[in-house]
Design a protein around this ligand. Sequence first.
Ligand SMILES: O=C(O)CCC(=O)C(=O)O
Length: 285
Amino acid sequence: MTASYVTRRRAPLYIHAFHEVQQRIRPARWRRRLAAWVAATLPRADRTGEAGDVAALGVDGFAMLDGLVDRTWVEELRATLEQRQCRDRWRPELGSFGHNAIPAQTHVADIDDIIDIPEVLEVANHPRVIGAVSSYFGCMPTIDSIKAWWSLPGHEEAENEQYYHRDNDSIRFLKLFIYVTDVDEDCGPHTFVRGTHDRDLCLERRRYQDDEVEAAFGAEKVARFTGPAGTAFLEDTYGLHKGQLPTGRRRLLLQVRYSVVPSIFMSRKRRVIRDRYDEYVNRII
Ligand SMILES: O=C(O)CCC(=O)C(=O)O
């Protein structure tokens, strides 16, 4: 089915108001309680996640989704994404550019709207993913945004999300990450500190240095995700995480954000004609 698209300007005011409140609530226990209260007012989940995925999310804050996509799927997605224009989210003055003409100063090149790509919608609605997210939230999830970006080598210093931080996107949210290129230690692997989604240490809203994080939680808690294109994981990025600064080759990543309620970062683009996916889950995009 073909769909048309509209662009909205920004999230409504009440979403901004809720955001201001929720981002000030720092202890994990309080956040969980408020999220459970919100979830109880929302449509009941119509499926549950696989036990291993749900347990890993609860204990570690992430679940590896081995076999979620296959090599052909990733190669096709990569070919499509390579056709798209990119932008530097921190340097809008650079305008848009192709993936082979990314300016030298850019650390991360966001690919413009990608919700029109069928493979992307398909994986965002994958039953295994929706099941795990529904169980974690205790209600039907909302797909809040879908993004892809290149992380580039060639820089001395990390920038922004390349330092440890906690996301504050919503009162409860999860991100699905899928590597679209092979990622080894040189390609800026995504890095997460196990269990920190549920720990009340380093709660200030700021960037953290590696040694601060390792002193607080122990170096053994740091999980660095390397793997071939197609490596997929769900993560509660309220936990401390970063995209390591690439030192060798570039990395292409797809990310889907699921939220209990829409966030201020919700997709600016929306499909007008619905297709075979759940209408509630997909109502924002
Ligand atoms: O690029 C990465 O792996 C990190 C992404 C990140 O920090 C985020 O999505 O909040």
